[in-house]
Design a protein around this ligand. Structure first.
Ligand code: ZN
Ligand code: ZN
Ligand code: FE
Length: 808
């Protein structure tokens, strides 16, 4: 040993290392243990309310190496927010030990549920392994988390695994820092863990024929293959499963579930099965195989086709790979895809309770594959789609929630805030320590069961994250249940309330997700969605806002058009079509030019006099500048979803699905429908005027142009008009200002889930030298609004604090 090394080894030091972020329940302590042993350090590691706390003593060289390793090689599911090192004055025993969790108020990240890892998959399929065919196999790198947790710190007793004491073998694995299962809280085996059982809801025994299968899990899939519908108690809720290739079974499931047209989710054993029905890019495959294992919307293309009833009118299929050992074992011998839809009736939330499953699902499925581990929290499957070179989450739930999102620079001083979110596709958001925790997808709050679940989850997250909000945030819509609750709580608890405008919140979420600093210059936000409450008391839904986190200025909009019947107009596309045509040309002109159209006949049959009276007298007929309703109207004109939409966005989704790819690929704008940008009378606000487009569509219909070509021309024209508006507002037109008003454009709102619209808009904006910000980790739809509300509230409260400080 040379002298210098000997000297360094002699210089011993003690430090305390605080690790923050998602560091509990992800195998952090054993990793620390291994690194510490490799670096010859004494000391201890423990979980506490702030994350992981490490105290080590050793050579300064060893300590340095240890910290470097901690940064470079954390466990796969960890997400380190910060590592803080301070000197430690206390004493430490020889050797390195993993200490018990400290009981204190928690505020560290709870990790999302993770799909079964490769090592566990191998084990459950290995006839010689102890966990062969054990459906609840997991380890530190995979398995349930949010779905089973009831409180913190995240230990077995705080989860629904509490009633299952570890057997000797499992206890040994749990206690061995060298084992993959060291301190994996939900571990179990055939001997000590939960069990799966196939039952008949009516209580009758299952015939011997099915018992000749490998086990109950295998028997469940045999039933499915025979054309039965089986309820499956899965990770975050019950599912309903049936053979996706059997048109008649799929139709029966649809009817019993009272689900008109909403696409069913699918599951397949592997990507080879999926490729028979869909094209799967390497990026899409990566998403399917990721620990989050979301449903990925894939282009339906392949040698085989699934029955139309799986995803009526769409060209995408939502596939996922088996996320749990239960699913892996079910699908082991299944060479076809199965429908794996949420276990519920129509729009209710997914059932998680066994008794409720018996009550509501027995009418749909005679059989159920159940087990005796409770589901603590309902967590739906996440949905993602690859659009414009990025994987974009459309529904953020299993595998993603409640992973926190770091807030951009400038938000360090933000107080703890609770944002209650919107009404539809609701999520809520907690702000704490410069990070945002967005809840899993809750659903539409007007459903009573969803509302109860939302209230329960608000409490759960408060506990899990030790959250004590100093301010609240919500939408401006007075009728949203989330708004009413926020107003009530703000009064009851004496907390300041920030009401954020819906589209401003959409766009602020986009900024936050993209890490745009608090004090960055304002950008143009384009928020296109269904409906949101505007600051002028009218309904907005196609807005061009110059904005930052604090405030916004409305620079442009879509044409405000009446919605005859109010909420009914959102469900019945023909109402929007009628209102659009009346606003543009009136009935007389429409009849004169287009009475040869089938469309004319269909609209003639409607109660026009009533609608006209509503529009004229302005009763139950609000004006809305909505892009979503424009999509509805165009879809209706092509006889797509004319009468009613079975789910939000159905008309737009179908319109996207039929759009002719060849027309879209055509260079130049020759085929784009013309939309112009005049100014509104009164306010002078520039708006997108679709009159030219309507004349062209109706003209194309007269010429018997294929509806797929019309749909493509509409998408092109719309994207072109959106970008023309951006250019106009930037003052970069022909005689534009030397310095444009903004160089960055943020896109948000549910309409941007449309692949064609988003890709075309991005392409055109980038061609005009704009920097474009879009959603990926947070949904563009209302699922992202809560994050925006929280960011807006934080920005304003930080300002107040600074003002107060300056005033003092
Ligand atoms: Zn594993
Ligand atoms: Zn065991
Ligand atoms: Fe919205």
């Amino acid at each position: 040993m040379n002298d210098q090394l000997a000297l360094a080894a002699d210089r011993r030091e003690s430090v305390q290392i605080r690790v923050r972020g998602r560091v509990q329940g992800v195998g952090f302590r054993p990793t620390v243990w291994r690194h510490a042993r490799d670096c010859a350090l004494d000391g201890e590691v423990l979980n506490d309310g702030e994350g992981v706390l490490i105290r080590v003593r050793g050579s300064s060289d060893g300590v340095e190496r240890f910290i470097a390793r901690l940064r470079a090689a954390p466990p796969p599911l960890a997400d380190i927010a910060a590592i803080e090192v301070t000197t430690y004055g206390g004493s430490l025993d020889r050797g390195f030990r993993i200490a018990e969790s400290a009981q204190s108020a928690a505020c560290t990240d709870i990790s999302p549920d993770a799909a079964i890892c490769a090592a566990c998959t191998e084990e459950v399929l290995d006839p010689f392994a102890r966990r062969y065919r054990y459906p609840f196999t997991n380890c530190t790198h995979c398995g349930p988390r949010l779905t089973i947790v009831r409180s913190v710190p995240y230990d077995r007793v705080a989860t629904t695994m509490a009633p299952f004491p570890l057997c000797e073998d499992c206890a040994r694995e749990y206690g061995d820092p060298a084992d993959r299962r060291f301190h994996a809280e939900p571990i179990a085996c055939h001997l000590c863990g939960p069990r799966a059982r196939l039952i008949r809801f009516d209580g009758r025994a299952i015939s011997a024929e099915q018992h000749s299968m490998l086990d109950d899990v295998d028997a469940a899939m045999s039933l499915i293959q025979k054309g039965e519908i089986v309820a499956v108690k899965a990770l975050g809720g019950y599912q309903l499963a049936c053979d996706a290739t059997k048109a008649e079974t799929v139709a029966r499931l649809r009817e019993l579930k009272r689900r008109d047209a909403k696409p069913f989710a699918l599951m397949a054993r592997d990507t080879d099965v999926i490729r028979r029905y869909c094209s799967v890019s390497p990026q899409e495959e990566e998403a399917l195989r990721s620990p989050a294992a979301p449903i990925v919307l894939l282009e339906a293309a392949g040698p085989e086709r699934l029955p139309e009833g799986v995803a009526p009118g769409l060209r995408t299929l939502g596939f996922m790979l088996p996320p749990t050992p239960l699913h892996v074992l079910m699908f082991r011998r299944m060479k076809r895809p199965a429908v794996m839809t949420s276990g519920n009736r129509s729009d209710e939330p997914q059932v998680i309770d066994d008794r409720e499953a018996g009550e509501t699902l027995s009418a749909i499925a005679p059989y159920a594959l159940i087990h005796n581990r409770a589901i603590a929290n309902r967590v739906d499957d996440s949905v993602a789609r690859w659009i414009g070179g990025q994987l974009r989450l459309l529904r953020r739930a299993r595998g993603h929630a409640p992973a926190s999102i770091p807030l951009p620079q400038g938000f360090e001083e933000a107080p703890e805030i609770l944002a209650y979110g919107p009404q539809m596709k609701a999520t809520f958001c907690l702000l704490k320590d410069g990070r945002a925790v967005l809840s899993q997808h809750q659903g539409d709050l007007d459903d009573a069961a969803t509302w109860c679940d939302y209230l329960k989850n608000l409490e759960l997250f408060r506990t899990l994250f030790g959250h004590a909000p100093q301010a609240l945030a919500c939408d401006m819509h007075p009728e949203y249940l989330s708004t009413k609750l926020a107003v009530e709580r703000s009064k009851a608890e004496g907390l300041p309330l920030v009401q954020a405008q819906h589209h401003h919140a959409h766009l602020a979420a986009c900024l936050a997700e993209n890490g745009r600093p608090l004090d960055a210059p304002a950008v143009l936000g384009i928020a296109l969605d269904g409906l949101g409450y505007g600051i002028d008391g009218t309904i907005w839904g196609g807005e061009f806002l110059l904005f930052d986190y604090r405030s916004f200025e409305r620079l442009g909009t879509f044409k405000p058009v009446a919605m005859p019947g109010g909420a009914r107009a959102s469900r019945e596309p023909w109402r929007n079509l009628y209102a659009h045509l009346m606003a543009e040309m009136g009935w007389a002109q429409f009849a004169m030019s287009f009475d040869g159209l089938g469309l004319f006949q269909k609209l003639s049959c409607k109660p026009r006099a009533t609608l006209d009276a509503m529009i004229r007298s302005d009763t139950n007929c609000p004006l809305a500048s909505s892009c979503g309703r424009l999509f509805d109207a165009v879809a209706a004109s092509l006889d797509i979803c004319f009468e009613h939409q079975a789910y939000e966005g159905e008309a737009a989704a179908r319109l996207e699905a039929i759009a002719c790819r060849k027309t879209l690929a055509e260079e130049g704008d020759r085929l784009a429908y013309p939309l112009t940008i005049p100014n509104l009378r009164g306010s002078g606000l520039p708006y997108i005027e679709p009159l030219g487009m309507w004349n062209a569509i109706l003209g194309d219909l007269i010429l018997d142009t294929d509806v797929s070509v019309i749909a493509a021309r509409f998408h092109k024209g719309l994207a072109k008009a959106i970008v023309a508006m951006a250019l106009k507002l930037a003052d970069r037109g022909e005689e534009g200002a030397a310095v444009p008003r903004f160089d960055t454009v943020a896109l948000s709102g549910g309409c941007f889930q449309n692949r064609i619209l988003l890709e075309e808009t991005i392409r055109r904006l980038e061609a005009s030298d704009f920097k474009v910000l879009t959603h990926a980790a947070v949904p563009a739809n209302d699922g992202g609004v809560a994050l925006g509300q929280a960011a807006i509230a934080a920005a304003r409260l930080i300002d107040n604090k600074i003002l107060r400080r300056q005033g003092a």
